[in-house]
Ligand binder design. Structure first.
Ligand code: FAS
Ligand code: PHB
Length: 395
């Protein structure tokens, strides 16, 4: 058994784990990141695309904002297309100048991994059977992470464990029965998403509600489009040949349909839609952050940004512990993070409800949703509330 010691043991090398490790490193706090998969898998996961200003600010603060500043697409506004009719929201004008930046999660992850490895800081890929131990309050034990690497058993002793291992991770699952309260909603649809080497013809994102279902026109760069359509949760991709996807996008985008430029499709996937929160996010010396504690439907572009907000709060608290000898931040972490999480849950649920058809068994509710979106598009006050949530509430 190989034994090591660090200050913070981090499970997961997604955005939450990597941002946490990088911010701690900037404050001289040691951490080891244990990641189950290999580097290529982690860097290749095509997920989020829109960064709130606080996320951009934090990435810059921890020294990984260079390429983001050069290549990120800064957006002042977003479009809503209702039954084919386009309305543009000038979010920047409505929020005192706030903007969002389009920069793929894959690129954020690549920048963070490159920075960690350039500093020669510990990041263990293909760490198998990671098991959090000894973190329970009053256990008298040392918190530690057992794992296997290249067939050898390891034990990483630490002061704290950060469970940044996503929705399917081991940390939340390791908690004893009854330790958590779960809140969950599963939606009766999913998103079929494609990534295409096709220059986006729209400068901004377009969210579309139509009788045929939801569509989203997004992008990754001046050369790459990112496009989604609402589909069944159990969708068979065999039933979606590319010509059908392109046609459905155009039909659902109405007056904006002509903006859909075809190109080589490099990825096709179906994303399930759920809202999920596990409370509380602290258990003794184990702290959950990011998707390990919550999932939002991607309609509000909040998932990655929420993970980064959790990590800002957690790293603030850990820095306070090590630099000032105070545990006030650690004690307040869960409550502080959950307050923001539920505001993002509400916004993501609201956007998802307004923009999607829930099916024939919800005919009345779908008409109410249609009316709500019509009202929002007619009201400066309602559009302002949409804008201030979309660009990101104050940290
Ligand atoms: P992650 O899931 O990104 O990272 C967790 C990491 O932990 C992974 O690398 C995993 O391999 C590792 N891990 C898991 N179990 C482990 C174990 N036992 N031991 C060691 N490591 C382990 N958000 C948006 O804002 N917009 C979007 O459009 C959007 N689209 C999405 C599409 C998909 C298909 C999915 C699944 C999510 C999407 N999200 C989107 C949400 C997504 O971006 C997450 O919010 C974000 O990845 C959260 O980051 P982490 O909390 O770091 O979790
Ligand atoms: C994306 O570009 O992947 C994206 C953008 C906005 C969303 C969801 C996904 O709400």
């Amino acid at each position: 058994m190989a034994r090591q010691r660090t200050q913070v043991g981090i499970v997961g090398a997604g955005p939450a784990g990597l941002v946490l490790a990088q911010r701690l490193a900037r404050h001289g706090i040691e951490a080891v990141v244990l990641e189950r998969r290999d580097r290529a898998y982690v860097e290749g996961r095509i997920r989020a695309g829109v960064l709130e200003q606080h996320t951009v600010d934090l990435l810059g603060e921890i020294g990984v904002g260079g390429r983001l500043a050069r290549e990120g697409l800064v957006h002042d506004g977003v479009e809503i297309c209702l039954d084919g009719r386009r309305t543009r929201l000038d979010m920047s004008a409505m929020t005192g100048g706030k903007k969002v930046t389009v920069y793929g999660q894959t690129e954020v992850t690549k920048d963070l991994i490159a920075a960690r490895l350039a500093q020669d800081l510990p990041l263990v890929f293909e760490a198998e059977e990671v098991t959090p131990l000894g973190y329970a309050e009053g256990s008298g034990e040392t918190p530690r992470l057992a794992y296997r690497k290249d067939g050898e058993d390891h034990e990483l002793a630490c002061d704290f464990i950060a469970g940044c291992d996503g929705f399917h991770g081991v940390c939340r699952a390791s908690l004893p029965a009854g330790a958590l309260t779960f809140y969950e909603r599963t939606y009766p649809f999913a998103w079929l998403g494609i990534l295409a080497k096709a220059p986006p013809a729209s400068d901004e994102l377009i969210y579309a509600r139509s009788p045929r279902g939801f569509a989203l026109y997004s992008m990754r760069s001046p050369e790459v489009s990112r496009l989604y359509i609402q589909c069944r949760p159990d969708e068979d991709l065999e039933e979606w040949p590319l010509p059908r996807i392109w046609e459905e996008l155009r039909l659902r985008l109405g007056d904006a349909g002509h903006l859909v430029q075809e190109g080589e499709v490099t990825d096709v996937g179906v994303t399930p839609m759920r809202s999920f929160v596990a409370e509380p996010m602290r258990h003794g010396r184990l702290f959950l952050a990011g998707d390990a504690a919550h999932i939002v439907p991607p309609t509000g572009a909040k998932g990655l940004n929420l993970a980064v907000a959790d990590v800002r709060y957690l790293s603030d608290a850990l820095i306070e512990h090590y630099k000032e000898g105070s545990d006030a931040g650690l004690a307040a972490y869960s409550e502080r993070a959950i307050a923001r999480i539920w505001k993002a849950q509400r916004f993501s649920w609201w956007m998802t409800s307004m923009l999607h058809n829930f099916g024939p068994d919800q005919a009345f509710e779908d008409r109410v949703r249609q009316a709500e979106l019509e009202y929002v598009l007619s009201s400066e006050a309602a559009l302002t509330t949409l804008a201030e949530n979309y660009v990101g509430l104050p940290i």
